[in-house]
Design a protein around this ligand. Structure first.
Ligand code: TD3
Ligand code: ZN
Length: 307
């Protein structure tokens, strides 16, 4: 059943588990997410970026989610706009049927981020849609980073407290040292868990981890053995994901893992049979790889059997 992000995350917040928020750009990714949720008995957040919406068309994005949520009526699913850049883009998503939106004005100064977010909250809440915002910069941090450098990029817990109180936002993405994509850390992975705990203590709302792909070894190996190059790639280890959930993360954004798993399979089919041109022969193993990865992730985040 299509529900708001709030409905899914309030429960996760109360019971201290994480729910995967999985990006999709086509039917194969989306149906893999639903099939995984069905097998693991897990709630899901499916999310589309502005780029994905442009690629699919907004009505197609919403339409596919509605059809699949009818097919699996027992699965609570929220349709979320990932990294909305403007009020207009959030409004277009709300009008089209999204049940949750993110306004990402985190690159603006605090006051501007606050006023932009508050504007979106007003518009979205009037339609019963939940809102996510972000504070700080998504960026990997290194061991030798100074305290002042850290404070310049990561979330400020006091600011987070004020931001949540004044904006009325439903969930917050605090920057604690993750980044998007396959190259998250130069040296050893490092996240600021203390800062996270302080944000949770001061805000007491569901928190979001962006850039949460793990790039598990078997996925990386599968990509490499298919002839792909992922030199220097590093994700967020599973143990870090679990530590973040203990620290108050409830929404765990995952895109890169799905992309790598899918494309490794496509590449393998192309390598194995250079006469093959049936799309289904490429996409079916890609979809299965995504499904397997998501079920594993649901077990790690603790959302399995939470329906
Ligand atoms: O917002 N997203 C998804 C879009 C990022 C581009 O891949 C995330 O925070 C997921 O990050 P990750 O770790 O999958 O790149
Ligand atoms: Zn993100």
């Amino acid at each position: 059943m299509l529900v708001t992000g709030n409905e899914i995350l309030k429960k996760a917040h109360k019971e201290y588990y994480g729910v995967g928020a999985f990006n999709f750009v086509n039917y194969e990714m989306l149906s893999a997410i639903f099939e995984a949720a069905n097998e693991a008995n897990s709630p899901i957040i499916v999310q589309a970026s502005e780029g994905a919406i442009k690629y699919l068309g907004i009505d197609m994005a919403v339409g596919m989610v509605k059809i699949l949520s009818k097919k699996y009526p027992h699965i609570p699913v929220a349709l979320h706009l990932d990294h909305g850049t403007t009020f207009e883009s959030c409004k277009a998503a709300v009008d089209a049927g999204f049940t949750s939106v993110m306004i990402d004005a985190s690159h603006h100064p605090f006051e501007e981020n606050l006023s932009e977010t508050s504007k979106v909250v007003k518009m979205a809440h009037a339609k019963g849609v939940s809102v996510e915002a972000e504070l700080g910069r998504l960026m990997g941090i290194e061991d030798n980073i100074s305290v002042s450098e850290k404070d310049a990029v990561l979330v400020n817990p006091k600011e987070a407290e004020q931001f949540v109180k004044e904006s009325g936002v439903d969930f917050l993405a605090p920057a604690i040292g993750t980044s998007h994509g396959a190259f998250k850390f130069k040296g050893e992975p490092k996240l600021d868990f203390e800062r996270l705990q302080e944000v949770k203590r001061l805000t007491n709302i569901p928190l979001v981890l962006h850039g949460a792909s793990a790039i598990p070894d078997y996925v990386k190996d599968s990509f490499l053995s298919s002839g792909g190059d992922l030199k220097g790639s590093k994700g967020v280890p599973f143990s870090f994901l679990q530590e973040s959930i203990k620290g108050g993360i409830n929404k765990v954004n995952t895109d890169t893992d799905l992309r790598i798993a899918f494309i490794a399979e496509v590449r393998k089919v192309a390598n194995d049979d250079n006469t093959q041109f049936d799309l289904r022969k490429f996409f079916t193993p890609g979809k299965e790889a995504i499904k397997k990865l998501i079920i594993e992730r649901m077990n790690i985040l603790g959302s399995s059997n939470k329906i």
